[in-house]
Write a protein that binds this ligand. Structure first.
Ligand code: ATP
Ligand code: MG
Length: 239
């Protein structure tokens, strides 16, 4: 099967003053349909920069990203906006909820942007919010929720329009362990059931329990790739 995400000698270089930082340095990877990837590595190793380029939020210095065979660099600005809205579900570390809209309205907005507002779509929004443990908070405003609850609303919003590519930067950072596992399991279930692809950045190795492949970055490069359940589990247990 052709890969859903393919990066080819991807590079992002920043120049600050007279210093050059190779945030991402010649990274080539392929992610197949139904695959959930854990992207790990020390702070500053280039994980967020990788995700931002995959989401067409950031242009590479060199190399390219292709999603479903389409090279992102060949798209104009209008096509990129549409691509992000339809194909990508992105959760940032900061949750970016709209403060004047309720939980349901924040999630529903994503459906409206994609002109998907049938009864089924609304029911799906409720189902996903329910699976994230927010079924009784649909009419709350973000400020009435805890940080972890807000984070879960933002996760629901990133999944609701049924994107084929799910990208998440530290999605479990403000959740307790039990809730964090539930969230990652939900990602894994949706990705596997619906043949999506997912890339999750995490500092918490335990969260890689549900990923299919673990890619470790160091200094902008791929350092190690763990591909079997046994390798991943051994790595997690050794910390
Ligand atoms: N806009 C920018 N300008 C200059 N340097 C940047 C910029 N964005 C990132 N960098 C640098 O690129 C490198 C990779 O940053 P990135 O945010 O991708 O790391 P990360 O792996 O996500 O780290 P963390 O785990 O701390 O979130 C770092 O050295 C960072 O300082
Ligand atoms: Mg980061």
């Amino acid at each position: 099967m052709p890969p859903v995400i393919e990066t080819n000698l991807l590079k992002k270089t920043y120049t600050v003053g007279n210093q050059t930082v190779h945030a991402v340095d010649d990274v080539s990877m392929q992610i197949q349909p139904g695959e959930f990837i854990g992207l790990v590595g020390p702070s500053g190793s280039g994980k967020t920069t990788m995700l931002a380029m995959m989401a067409a939020l950031l242009r590479p210095t060199e190399g390219c990203v292709a999603i479903d065979g389409v090279k992102l660099r060949d798209m104009n600005e209008q096509q990129r906006v549409r691509f992000r809205r339809e194909k990508i579900g992105f959760t940032f570390q900061a949750n970016n909820l709209l403060p004047y809209l309720t939980v349901m309205e924040n999630v529903y907005l994503m459906l409206q942007l994609n002109q998907r507002t049938t009864k089924n779509d609304k029911a799906y929004a409720k189902e996903v919010l329910g699976r994230l443990g927010l079924g009784d908070r649909l009419n709350s405003l973000p400020r009435q929720l805890s940080g972890g609850q807000q984070q879960r609303v933002s996760i629901a919003r990133s999944l609701i329009h049924n994107p084929s590519v799910v990208l998440a930067d530290e999605p479990t950072a403000s959740l307790d362990t039990e809730r964090a596992f539930q969230v990652v399991e939900l990602y894994a279930d949706l990705i596997h059931e619906q043949n999506k692809v997912g890339v999750m950045v995490t500092h918490d190795l335990r969260m890689c329990k549900y990923v299919d492949r673990m890619i470790q970055m160091r200094d902008g490069k791929i350092d190690t790739i763990l591909e079997t359940r046994q390798e991943i589990d051994e790595y997690i247990s050794c910390g």
